[in-house]
Unconditional design. Structure first.
Lengths: 83, 146
């Protein structure tokens, strides 16, 4: 089966840890949100992603076991600090 | 009517928000402005850089306003959050709520700021007098609402 392409957006301290604001991943069908997070975690190396990151899929908060589809946009969301 | 942009690069427009919730049935209008404070946890702060996951923040803020209006029938709620580098004293967020009665106007306004702080994908980095800067972690979830 064809691989899926998933964009991973990184923000704030997570973008700094990974050294880029965006990753494009090729994942096998059946991959879940957590797989995209793990890929980002691997790229973050020794610095590591910040504690307590949340994740969004296509601009809505998602769970790590949510299934991904081709063309999905996953966002790594470090602890928010609006206001 | 086009959807208003609620994540903005310009100063927040509190007067515009008030105007947008003003109507003849409103007996109370509550406004909130969150401003950049000159100290945080003992350190002198000269400014704050705000950034956002802009498209999601627009959606999330719109959803929070709708939730507030659904929880408190008769409420009208409007809000803006600014991104970019702000000086001490500048407002980063502004919220206006109206209702026939003041209790609901206050409650709705409080709901919007607390949910926004909990959920809006916005980050800030404080700038200090010595030239350093640090990401600010929000209060843990259990502290939200305080």
């Amino acid at each position: 089966m064809a691989q899926m392409h998933v964009d991973v957006l990184l923000f704030a301290s997570a973008a700094e840890a990974v050294g880029a604001p965006r990753l494009t991943l090729a994942l096998e069908p059946g991959a879940v949100v957590g797989d995209a997070v793990q890929a980002a975690r691997d790229r973050a190396g020794a610095v590591g992603l910040p504690d307590g990151v949340l994740v969004a899929r296509n601009e809505a908060y998602a769970r790590l076991d949510d299934l991904l589809g081709d063309g999905d946009e996953v966002a790594i969301i470090p602890p928010v600090a609006g206001g | 009517m086009s959807t208003p942009q609620r994540i903005v690069d310009r100063p927040v427009d509190l007067a515009g928000l008030v105007a947008s919730v003003t109507h003849p049935g409103a007996g109370a209008i509550v406004t909130f402005a969150g401003t950049v404070r000159d100290r945080n946890q003992g350190q002198a702060v000269t400014g704050i850089e705000y950034s956002a996951y802009r498209s999601m923040a627009e959606r999330e803020l719109a959803a929070i306003l709708v939730e507030a209006e659904q929880r408190l029938p008769g409420l009208r709620a409007a809000a803006e959050h600014r991104v970019g580098t702000l000086d001490v004293g500048e407002p980063s967020v502004a919220i206006a709520t109206s209702h026939p009665h003041r209790a609901e106007a206050y409650e709705g306004n409080r709901y919007v700021i607390e949910e926004l702080k909990r959920r809006l994908p916005v980050w800030k980095r404080e700038l200090y007098v010595d030239g350093t800067r640090e990401w600010v972690a929000a209060a843990p979830a259990v502290e939200a609402g305080r």
